[in-house]
Design a protein around this ligand. Structure first.
Ligand code: NAD
Ligand code: XAI
Ligand code: MG
Ligand code: MG
Length: 327
């Protein structure tokens, strides 16, 4: 049984009288910095000059260059993109680390795949929200939290887990539930999950469902409402009530059709494909490919993004979202 921590099991004490430097003010950085500050903790932000710097200052933070922020802090939160972390670490973080500091990650990628090798005199922990950054903030403001995973990679002080749990509490995650894991388990499950289900799988399922309806001659707007907009509404039912709970809340016709046809569409070959993707993550092959793509300037990523942007579902989606949300 997984070890799960909630608010009762965590205290903010390990972070009191400490300065936390949140490095990066993007998706996770902004959400976590704001939540930690609202939890009464001392937070500064480390960045390079640019839009994020202006935003963080506008939102009331003292902002410093990364090296300067590291010098002023006791706890460093590495919330910049995974591929950017190794260089920033080498040039601006590592040279200024002092004995007994804590370094926190929101994903284990760089440490697990050996792109960052922390010195032995610091605690190395991870608090990985199982959520996009915007929701980390939104749920916190609503008095709730998103679940997270917590892990200790290196326990120099003997109190690394307490510090990690304090971070989890400060960002609101213990309100929801925090599971203890390892850097390896978090890194591999996060990558496998986002590639096969959350980002890759969902996106492809919706696109292929849309293409199928449009190719059969149905109106693209009808197809959009059917397979994209309503996917969120059905997902909300699964999220809140579970799969059986969702089945209980759709028509008996949908229940029978879904249960009989679903496994024919998403068949065992899909699972075999998922296992292949998982193997590439577990062997480090995906990480090597991604590092290489990043070094080349990400031409493949740009091309794929452009193809996605020009897909018909995006054109129709823009119109339909204007109707739904007025934007
Ligand atoms: N995005 C998510 O929802 C999410 C969810 C869970 C975990 N994570 C993890 O959180 C970490 C941060 O990811 P993110 O998506 O929030 O990042 P992001 O892409 O939103 O980070 C952008 C921020 O990093 C700053 N930045 C970029 N390069 C920099 C540099 N050289 N020096 C200083 N600052 C720089 C930018 O100014 C900006 O403030 C990653 O490890 C990621 O895997 C992200
Ligand atoms: C939000 C996700 C997909 O869960 C996260 O893992 C990420 O990499 O952005
Ligand atoms: Mg991820
Ligand atoms: Mg994730």
């Amino acid at each position: 049984m997984a070890k799960i921590y909630t608010d009762r099991d965590a205290s903010l004490d390990p972070l009191r009288d400490k300065t936390i430097a949140v490095i990066g003010y993007g998706s996770q950085g902004r959400a976590q910095a704001l939540n930690l500050r609202d939890s009464g903790l001392d937070v500064i932000v480390g960045l390079r000059p640019g839009k994020s710097w202006e935003l963080a200052e506008k939102e009331g933070f003292k902002v410093y260059r990364v090296d300067e922020a590291v010098k002023r802090a006791d706890v460093i939160m590495m919330l910049i993109p995974d591929m950017v972390q190794p260089e920033v670490w080498k040039n601006q973080v590592e040279p200024h680390l002092r004995e007994g500091m804590t370094v926190d990650f929101a994903h284990g990628f760089t440490v697990h795949y050996g792109l960052i090798k922390p010195p032995e005199f610091v605690d190395v922990v991870m608090v990985a929200p199982k959520s996009p950054g915007a929701k980390v903030r939104e749920e916190f403001l609503a008095g709730r939290g998103v679940p997270a995973l917590v892990a200790v990679y290196q326990d120099y002080s003997g109190r690394a887990l307490d510090t990690a749990l304090a971070i989890a509490k400060g960002i609101g995650a213990t309100r929801a539930g925090v599971i203890e894991t390892t850097f390896k388990e978090e890194t591999e499950t996060d990558l496998i999950g986002e590639q096969t289900v959350l980002v890759g799988g969902l996106m492809e399922l919706i696109k292929k469902g849309f293409e199928t309806l449009v190719e059969l001659g149905y109106q693209p707007e009808v197809a959009y409402f059917e397979v994209l907009n309503e996917a969120k509404l059905i997902m909300d039912l699964i999220w809140r009530y579970g799969i059986t709970g969702m089945l209980e809340r759709v028509s008996v016709t949908a229940r029978y059709g879904g249960l009989t046809v679903g496994p024919k569409v998403i068949d065992d070959r899909v699972k075999e494909n998922m296992k292949k993707a998982a193997e590439r993550v577990r062997s480090g092959e995906f990480a090597r490919e991604w590092v290489e793509e990043y070094r080349k300037g990400m031409p493949r990523l740009q091309k794929l993004l452009e193809d996605t942007r020009s897909h018909e579902i995006e054109r129709v989606g823009k119109e339909m979202r204007r109707l739904l949300f007025g934007d």
